[in-house]
Design a protein around this ligand. Sequence first.
Ligand code: CAA
Length: 261
Amino acid sequence: TDAGAYKNILVSAAGNGVTLITLNRPKALNALNSELFTELNEATAAADEDPSVGAIVITGSEKAFAAGADIKEMRNKEFAEAYKGNFLGHWTKISQIRKPIIAAVSGYALGGGCELAMMCDIILAAPNANFGQPEINLGVIPGAGGSQRLTHALGKSLSMEIVLTGKNVTADDAERHGLISRVVREGDVVEEAIKVGATIAKKGQVAVQAAKEAVNASFELPLAEGLRFERRLFQALFATKDQKEGMGAFAEKRKAKFTNE
Ligand code: CAA
C-alpha cells in the first residue's frame, strides 16, 4: 500500500496483522466524497490482497466517523447523471471485501457514515457516537444501504422512525438495539477495534473468511439454503491444514499454529 498516494484517508499498519484506515477530512467531518470512497475502495482492496493483513479497522475522528455523503459535492447533480453514472454504486465494493472489517465509531455516523459503518462486519462505538439517517431532511432517502441494513439490524419500527424523522440514536441505544456490538470506554475505541482485529488475524485465515461468508449469507438466503451453505463450508474446511492443526493442537493440549492453508 502506498499510503502517501491518498488525499482523503490515512492508511497504516497497526501491527499484529491489522491495517488501520483513518478517514481524514476532519474539517468537513469526514463527509464522504467520491474521491474519498475511491481511495477507501483501493485501500481496502489492497489490504484484502495483502497476505500479512488479517483484519481492517476503519475509523474517523473524535468528532465524526463520517457525517454522510458530501452534500456540497452532490447538491447540483441531476437524475440522468446520477443514474447513468450509477451514483454511489461504487460504495458497495466495501461489502465485497473478504477480510473482516471493524468500524471504530466516535461522534457522528450519519447518512453515508452510518451506512459505511453498517457495511463493516463489526461496529464498536465510543460513548459519544451518534447514528442516524438524516437524508429525509435533505429531500432524499438513504442511498447506500441505510433503509436495508438498518432494518435488518434494528427491525421495522425504529428504522422507520430514524429514516422518516431523521432523528439520531445514541451509542447506548445503538447497543441496546443491536446495531453495534458494544460501547467502548471513552478514548479507547480505536485501540479496542485494533485488539479485536489482532485477535481475528491470529486465527486460521481460511476459516475466518469462511465464517464471514457464512454469517453474511444469512442476510441473503432463506434458512434452509443458509444452513446448507454453512454446512458445505464447514465440511470443506476439513480439506485445510488449519483444521488438522487446530483439532490436533486441542487433542495434544497445545496452542494451535495456523498457517492459513
Ligand atoms: N457534506 C458536506 N459537508 C459537510 C457534511 C456533509 N455531509 N457534514 C458536515 N459538513 C461540513 C459543514 O458544511 C461544515 O463545513 P464549513 O466549515 O465549510 O461550513 C463542516 O463540515 C463542519 O460542520 P458543521 O459546522 O455543520 O458542524 P456542527 O457541529 O455544527 O454540526 C452535524 C454537525 C450535525 C453533523 C452537521 O454538520 C450536519 O448536519 N451534517 C450533515 C449530516 C447529513 O445530512 N448527512 C447525510 C448526508 S446525505 C447522505 O449521506 C446520502 C447517502 O445515503 C449516502
